[in-house]
Design a protein around this ligand. Structure first.
Ligand code: HEC
Length: 101
């Protein structure tokens, strides 16, 4: 019977994530990485580049150099911000080089 519970939980999780990319990390690599990559139009960016509060302020205050609203929806950006904060410089596990170089 246990498999039924697992099955329902998996389904509930799938239904609660409306975005194609549920994972902020995947979104970050794909969407931010489309510009931020080696020899790209912007240098590689890593979550560990900034402290969590700095990431939040960066986007709250619209500090990004270019308008990226056409690249990510507000929901997607929110997912990415959560990911950046989770692996920020002052997090337990700062993450670097998330974007393929
Ligand atoms: C359409 C291309 C594009 C996309 C998409 C994009 N960026 Fe950028 N980003 C740029 C450009 C261009 C700059 C300015 C680079 C420079 O100053 O040399 C920049 C600058 C930045 C900076 C400032 C660099 C610094 O050291 O302060 C950060 C941080 C940043 N982007 C993060 C992101 C994140 C996170 C995402 C995804 C949510 C993202 N960018 C998506 C083009 C993009």
């Amino acid at each position: 019977m246990k498999w039924r519970i697992v099955c329902c939980m998996a389904l509930a999780t799938a239904l609660s994530t409306t975005a194609v990319y549920a994972d902020g990390g995947a979104l970050f690599r794909q969407k931010c990485g489309s510009c931020h990559q080696k020899d790209g139009q912007a240098p590689p960016v890593n979550p560990a580049d900034k402290a969590a509060v700095v990431w939040q302020k960066f986007f709250d205050r619209n500090r990004h150099a270019t308008d990226i609203s056409g690249v990510l929806t507000a929901d997607e950006l929110q997912n990415v911000i959560e990911y950046l904060k989770q692996f920020a410089a002052d997090s337990d596990r700062p993450e670097t080089a998330a974007i393929p170089k």
